[in-house]
Ligand binder design. Structure first.
Ligand SMILES: [Fe+2]
Ligand SMILES: [Fe+2]
Length: 342
C-alpha cells in the first residue's frame, strides 16, 4: 500500500476526506441530470381516468399521478407536476403541508378548492394557488370528473429536508370567507388594513376569463423574443413570483410564430393548454448528442432542463397556448440565476 493510500485510510477512519481523492476540477458548465421528456395527453388521460374508476377516496388522500422523468422518481430536480382527478360528489380531504402548490384546471368544471376558509371556483384555464402551509380541500359538486394539473416544489423540499404535513380534523374546513373574496380584497382598490409583509403570498384564483382578455388586449404586440406573448401569474401583493420557490406563466404563440433560442439556469415544466406547436431543446453544454424536438399537441406536457438551449414555434393556423412552471424564484433567491441568448 502506498503512503497516500495509508493516509487515505487514516482519514476515512477519522470521518475526513483528502481532496486529492476527488477528480481534479476542470472547467464545467451547469448540467442537469434530467433529460427532456414529453408525456402525451392520450396516455395521461387514459390512466387518470382509470385511476378515477379503480381508486376511491378511501384509497388515497389525493388521486394524483405525477410525471416521472426517465430513470428518476421526480419530474425535475426542483419542481414536480402531474394530474389529479376528483369524481362528481367527491371531497379530497383537507390538509396542509410545507410544500407550496398550484392547480391549473384542464377538464371539467363546477368544482371548488377551499384554501384557508375561502372557496375558489375551478373552471378550465383557472389557476389557483395553495401557498406553503395553507389548509386546502377540494370538492367536485358537478356531474362530471374534474382534472387539473398540479404543481409542487416537493423535490426542492426533499433536498432541504424541511417538509411537514398535517391532516385537518374534518373532511372539509369551514367556509369563513365569501366565494372569490380575495379577488375584491386584493384588487386595484383594496382595504387600507391589507398589509404586505408575509413571506408567502395569499391564496389566489387567477381566472381564465381574465387571462384570455389580457392575451386579446395585447393583440399584435411583439412580446418576448424568447417566449412570445408571455404572461406571469404574479403575487397579487408584491407583483413578484407566484410563490417564493416557483413561478407560473402562460404564453401564446401565434400562428406562424417562432421564438429565438436561449438558455437559463431555471428548469421549466410545460403543458400545452391549447393548440399545437414544437419546442426544440439543445444537448447539454459540451454534449455531443443532437437536439430533442417535441411536436406537442393540446394536453401534452414536457420538460426543459436547466441550461439547455430551447426555442418554441407554432406552425399551425391556430393560436397555441403553453402553461408553464419554473424554479426561477429559487435560483434568483440563491443568486444562481443566469440567462443568455443561444
Ligand atoms: Fe395538498
Ligand atoms: Fe426559456
Amino acid at each position: 500500500m502506498s503512503k497516500i493510500d495509508e493516509l487515505n485510510q487514516k482519514l476515512e477512519k477519522l470521518n475526513l476526506v483528502g481532496y486529492w481523492g476527488i477528480p481534479r476540477s476542470e472547467a464545467f458548465e451547469p448540467k442537469s441530470s434530467f433529460e427532456p421528456c414529453l408525456w402525451r395527453w392520450d396516455d395521461v388521460y387514459s390512466v387518470i381516468r382509470e385511476a378515477g374508476e379503480v381508486l376511491g377516496p378511501e384509497d388515497s388522500m389525493r388521486r394524483f399521478i405525477a410525471f416521472r422523468s426517465p430513470g428518476k422518481v421526480r419530474t425535475t430536480h426542483t419542481i414536480a407536476a402531474g394530474v389529479q382527478l376528483v369524481n362528481p360528489g367527491e371531497i379530497a380531504r383537507a390538509h396542509r403541508h410545507t410544500m407550496g402548490a398550484i392547480r391549473f384546471v384542464l377538464k371539467g368544471g363546477g368544482a371548488q378548492t377551499t384554501v384557508e376558509g375561502e372557496p375558489f371556483s375551478m373552471e378550465p384555464g383557472d389557476f389557483i394557488t395553495t401557498p406553503s402551509r395553507t389548509w386546502h380541500d377540494h370538492y367536485n359538486g358537478s356531474n362530471e370528473p374534474i382534472i387539473w394539473l398540479d404543481g409542487i416544489e416537493a423535490p426542492l423540499m426533499g433536498l432541504l429536508e424541511v417538509g411537514s404535513a398535517e391532516v385537518f380534523g374534518a373532511e372539509q374546513q369551514s367556509i369563513t370567507r365569501p366565494v372569490d373574496f380575495s379577488r375584491h380584497e386584493l384588487g386595484a382598490v383594496r382595504p387600507s388594513w391589507i398589509k404586505q409583509g408575509a413571506q408567502q403570498p395569499p391564496p389566489y384564483r387567477y381566472r381564465w376569463e381574465d387571462t384570455e382578455k389580457t392575451f386579446r388586449a395585447l393583440g399584435e404586440n411583439s412580446g418576448d423574443p424568447y417566449d412570445g406573448l408571455l404572461l406571469r401569474y404574479v403575487n397579487p401583493m408584491t407583483g413578484g413570483p407566484t410563490l417564493p420557490t416557483f413561478s407560473c406563466e402562460i404564453q401564446m404563440l401565434r400562428p406562424g410564430e417562432a421564438t429565438k433560442s436561449h438558455r437559463h439556469t431555471s428548469t421549466v415544466i410545460y403543458h400545452a393548454f391549447r393548440g399545437s406547436g414544437f419546442t426544440v431543446v439543445g444537448p447539454p453544454a459540451g454534449g455531443r448528442a443532437g437536439d430533442t424536438r417535441f411536436d406537442w399537441r393540446e394536453g401534452d406536457s414536457f420538460t426543459v432542463p436547466l441550461w439547455r438551449t430551447h426555442h418554441h414555434g407554432n406552425s399551425s393556423r391556430d393560436e397555441a397556448i403553453l402553461f408553464s412552471m419554473n424554479d426561477r424564484p429559487a435560483m434568483e433567491a440563491l443568486g444562481f440565476y443566469r440567462e443568455e441568448a443561444a
